[in-house]
Ligand binder design. Structure first.
Ligand code: GLU
Length: 371
């Protein structure tokens, strides 16, 4: 009887040993952590990634698990966001800091400056290898582009958000945050400017935009394409040709305030009076979201030309969502500038920063051609 049991006991013991071996994570066995473009870091030598939380849906909560549009954004703090994804500890040393906890439609110039200054301060230190910013998706691209122009470091800066609140079935926040940390920890992410990570895609802050009110694949980069993807590993496929981070003229270290720049939308039967109203309210610049190739009705143009004569900078962008707005002689002679391929909300960000350097229309246009 005993003799017949022996092989069975040996077999079970062997199975148990294999099972114990398999249950250890690769990191626990000190195997290198790999990203496909060649990066590799050991568990004991993981990068330090700081998560700066600002609110949004990724920090949103509701009593109902099925509610994806009715919830309170900015309800959950950075510690809870980190605790929800303990797997991040396998790829980075993660720590958090709460900058604000707001809906991103309430993000203002003062908070933008505060955030960018903090990012620069952290990245100057050897203790921080990369930064992830959690943010509401509504104005995420504006903050990301502002950072793209004002961060003075090559270290990765990744902005992430989510479309479903943390309490929802199928919440996309945890995987977006995990992926954002993975990208921030990847050496290949260095020197690429501010990046936007949602829905397994990596977008450049210069090109990516929110395209859908509720869908999880809302961030698209239709004309230029994503610059990378995350499929367990991080893959970069594209390069950024526009000036960013260390190569820009903008240094916000001593800046207390940004000049007021407003956006005016073009439509049939519009009037020039909105330009007067913006000027009266203190605007130093106006972005016009024109139809087509930044076209303007005669009445809107009258208002814009008057504003230029009064010293305001006017930049024509487009409400179409894609394509470049070209200078065109008709507008150049009146010093009405062209946004190139920047959408209105990003053209506003660049114009605010450009106006801290110059009010000369020619120099302003150069920024739109190069950035
Ligand atoms: N409107 C909110 C915000 O932008 C929620 C949208 C979101 O984060 O997806 O913060």
């Amino acid at each position: 009887m005993k003799k017949r049991l022996m092989p069975i006991v040996t077999f079970i013991t062997a199975l148990l040993l294999i099972a114990v071996g398999c249950s250890q994570s690769p990191q626990a066995k000190e195997a290198p952590h790999q990203t496909k473009n060649g990066s590799s870091s050991k568990k004991g030598n993981l990068p330090n990634i700081k998560i700066l939380a600002t609110g949004g849906t990724i920090a949103g909560a509701d009593k109902s698990k099925t509610s994806t549009t009715e919830y309170k954004a900015g309800a959950v703090g950075v510690d809870s966001l980190i605790q929800a994804v303990p797997e991040m500890e396998d790829i980075a040393h993660v720590s958090g800091e709460q900058i604000v906890n707001i809906d991103s439609q309430n993000m203002d110039n003062k908070t933008l400056l505060k955030l960018a200054k903090r990012v620069n301060e952290l990245l100057r230190s050897d203790d921080t290898d990369g930064i992830v910013i959690t943010h509401g998706t509504d104005t995420l691209e504006e903050t990301a582009y502002f950072l793209n122009l004002t961060v003075k470091s090559e270290k990765p800066v990744v902005v992430a958000g989510s479309m479903r609140p943390s309490t929802a079935i199928g919440a996309d926040g945890p995987s977006n945050l995990y992926n954002a940390v993975k990208v921030a920890a990847a050496p290949e992410a260095k020197g690429k400017g501010a990046l936007v990570v949602l829905n397994d895609r990596i977008g450049s802050a210069r090109y990516v935009t929110k395209t859908n009110t509720t869908a999880t694949d809302t961030f698209k980069s239709e004309e230029m394409g994503y610059i990378g993807t995350i499929a367990d590993d991080v893959y970069f496929n594209n390069i950024i040709t526009r000036k960013h981070t260390k190569d820009t003229d903008f240094n916000i270290a001593k800046l207390k305030k940004l000049p007021q720049v407003d956006i005016i939308y073009g439509y049939q039967n519009d009037g020039g009076y909105l330009f007067d109203a913006a000027a009266k309210a203190g605007a130093k610049g106006i972005v016009f979201a024109g139809a087509g190739n930044g076209s303007m009705s005669d009445t809107a143009k009258k208002g814009a030309v008057k504003a230029v004569k009064n010293g305001l900078a006017i930049v024509r962008s487009t409400r179409t969502g894609n394509g470049a707005v070209t200078p065109n002689r008709e507008f150049e002679k009146d010093r009405l500038l062209a946004s190139n391929s920047l959408n209105p909300q990003k053209a506003r960000i660049l114009l605010m920063l450009a106006l801290t350097k110059t009010d000369d229309p020619e120099r302003l246009q150069t920024y739109f051609n190069e950035y």
